[in-house]
Design a protein around this ligand. Structure first.
Ligand code: GLN
Length: 198
């Protein structure tokens, strides 16, 4: 079983730990550089990206994490985790720091007030088994995806139709929504498979 860390500074850490365990990985909490150094891959949970950004600096994890991503460590970020993995973020705080794990521009809290939080069924490229239930909670969307970035899912309808909400670049995966809360483990399975393949 691959050892997959869950960044445990803030956010829905436990949900990811539970799903990773069910998907055949050994999840461990990561709060310190030595813990980061010991994992095969890392999940960045949902939560509040500006808070996690601040804590990454306080816990001396920002540079070590950037380095591991540059060296090819697989990572998966949901919601706030997606924001952290971007190399450019719109509508965030000026002092927020990001990891540049994916060549993309993400807009924070992108869905207007009316659809602040919502659920929908969407097509997710590369996973079998039909549409996926996606839960969005004050979610970001991807406003620009670089040439090397594969778009895996878009909002199917409504005012935000067509917006990009799941991407992959190499071994780094990000979703605007929270696959850790729905009981549908296909995204985590995809991630664990990808880690195993490395
Ligand atoms: N709005 C949050 C942020 O900016 C993300 C919300 C979430 O992770 N559910 O970080």
């Amino acid at each position: 079983r691959p050892t997959i860390g869950v960044l445990a500074l803030q956010g829905d850490v436990r949900e990811h730990v539970a799903v990773l365990d069910l998907c055949g990985a050994d999840p461990v909490l990561v709060r310190r550089p030595a813990e980061l150094a010991a994992v095969d891959a890392l999940v960045l949970p949902g939560g509040e990206s500006t808070t996690i950004s601040k804590l990454l600096q306080v816990f001396d994890l920002l540079e070590p994490l950037r380095k591991r991503l540059r060296d090819g460590m697989p990572a998966f970020g949901s919601c706030a985790g997606m924001i952290l993995l971007a190399d450019e973020v719109l509508d965030t705080r000026p002092d927020a720091r990001h990891l540049s794990g994916i060549d993309m521009t993400v807009r924070r809290n992108a869905f207007g007030r009316q659809v602040d939080s919502f659920e929908t069924d969407l097509e997710f490229a590369g996973v079998d088994g039909g549409p996926m239930r996606a839960v969005f909670i004050r979610a970001p969307w991807v406003e620009r995806a670089g040439d090397g970035v594969e778009v895996l899912a878009r909002v199917p309808g409504g005012p935000a139709a067509g917006r990009i909400v799941a991407v992959r670049q190499g071994a780094v995966l990000a979703t605007s929504f929270h696959p850790e809360v729905t009981g549908d483990h296909r995204v985590h399975r995809l991630f664990v498979d990808l880690v195993r393949d490395r």
